[in-house]
Design a protein around this ligand. Structure first.
Ligand code: FE
Length: 223
């Protein structure tokens, strides 16, 4: 099977949010969302079994989807994409609004959907979650962020729990070079040839600009 073909499938960038049983706000980034029907709108998303937001959605049966735009800052994706809501309140430093008891992320988004769980299908590592769209609210006319835009412009990659994760995910502008360092948590690439400060000269308390991982999470790329 030529898995590289999967990279030709297109995706967007979204944050799915809900409440857990303790009424704590939880959420995560997803890139796998499809509209299934139009007349009575339904959507489907894919979430890893181990994902805390997935567990919370099955309990509360309701969730919201914020559609990210090209103007959504990468630190929002870093917080919601590479940490777990089980141990981190991801909403602390980001703009959101409680609407109908759902926390809606409002960080330069295109708009948001509120959804009610219809059913979920166990697909092995992931669940396919099928939901009725209760309401759709457009916030801006900003262009939506595609996964390709995220990969190319924000230099991000899929975390291990993403349905689109590939073990040999290509790096942006990868070439035989020893000037690049990759964050082992989110895949962000620091390239000495395009940065003002060489990686080795960055201070010890420097953190990954995408996910906030410490400097020692970076490894030199030896391709
Ligand atoms: Fe990172």
């Amino acid at each position: 099977m030529n898995k590289s073909l999967f990279r030709d499938i297109t995706y967007g960038m979204y944050i799915v949010t809900t409440k857990d049983q303790k009424n704590t706000n939880v959420g995560c980034v997803i890139n796998t969302l499809t509209q299934i029907t139009s007349e009575e709108p339904t959507i489907a998303i894919s979430l890893n079994h181990q994902n805390y937001t997935n567990q919370a959605i099955k309990e509360t049966k309701k969730f919201a989807i914020s559609i990210l735009s090209e103007q959504t800052k990468k630190d929002v994706i870093g917080t919601f994409g590479y940490h777990t809501s089980k141990t981190l309140n991801k909403f602390n430093n980001h703009n959101y609004e409680e609407i109908n008891n759902l926390p809606i992320i409002k960080e330069n988004i295109c708009g948001y959907l509120t959804c009610e769980l219809i059913t979920h299908l166990d697909c092995g590592t992931h669940d396919l979650i099928i939901a009725k769209v209760l309401d759709a609210t457009k916030e801006t006319t900003l262009p939506p962020m595609t996964y390709q835009y995220y990969h190319t412009n924000l230099k991000g990659t899929s975390p291990k729990n993403a349905p689109t994760y590939l073990t040999d995910e290509p790096t942006s502008n990868s070439s035989p070079s020893s000037s690049k360092y990759r964050c082992q948590l989110c895949g962000y690439i620091y390239d000495d040839t395009t940065e003002d400060i060489p990686f080795d000269s960055l201070p010890d308390d420097w953190i990954c600009p995408l996910c906030g991982a410490p400097k020692n999470m970076f490894q030199k790329i030896t391709e």
